[in-house]
Design a protein around this ligand. Sequence first.
Ligand SMILES: [Fe+2]
Ligand SMILES: [Fe+2]
Length: 224
Amino acid sequence: MNKIDLNMKIGDSVTIFPALSGIYMNYGVDFCCGGDRSIEEALKDSNIDRDIIISAIDKKLASLEEAGETTIKLNEQTNEQLIENIIHTHHAYLRRILPELGINLFKLIEVHGHNHPELFDVHHLVGLLRIDLEEHLIKEEKQLFPKIRINDVDEVRSLIRKLEDEHDSAGDVLKRLTVVTDHFKLPEDACTTYAITYKQLQQLQEDMYQHVHKENNVLFERFE
Ligand SMILES: [Fe+2]
Ligand SMILES: [Fe+2]
């Protein structure tokens, strides 16, 4: 029998067992924007055979059990702790990385754009993402989080609906980035800046998964 209940919401499975996020990311299973679906449903997204993924999940849970680390605990944090966690971990990261990526990609289209025209798409998509996410962060910090702090539930619910749509749009841009870079694969003639930039893009995607998960499936969920 499987260690994991496949009817559990996939977002909840990461809330309870954060270590599963690495497995979902490896196999291209969306647990943040699509966190409301059951695990069974979400596994249909991946090109990988569901039994392979389920066996990886079971193995991970068994190793956590052995190490006595089965529990944790985003859902035990207060709203204020979650907000602080989101701002200091994920928003701070985006504030730093988005401008840096813009500078690196501007260099890359100049030096490599001729041989690698897909870099123009990457440059463009990252530009869109930066505009969207910078505005999104400010809306969360200046509008949503203050309303959560005073527990203005109606206002929070209406803001959350818009902000979740923005998460979906950012998720779409990230998926398009994965496609145009062929999963961040470097060409043979890639220079150091190229390699650093692709690594940063991959990390950005991973960080966004965690970030949106904490918002959609943990913090926002409390108001639904
Ligand atoms: Fe956020
Ligand atoms: Fe957000």
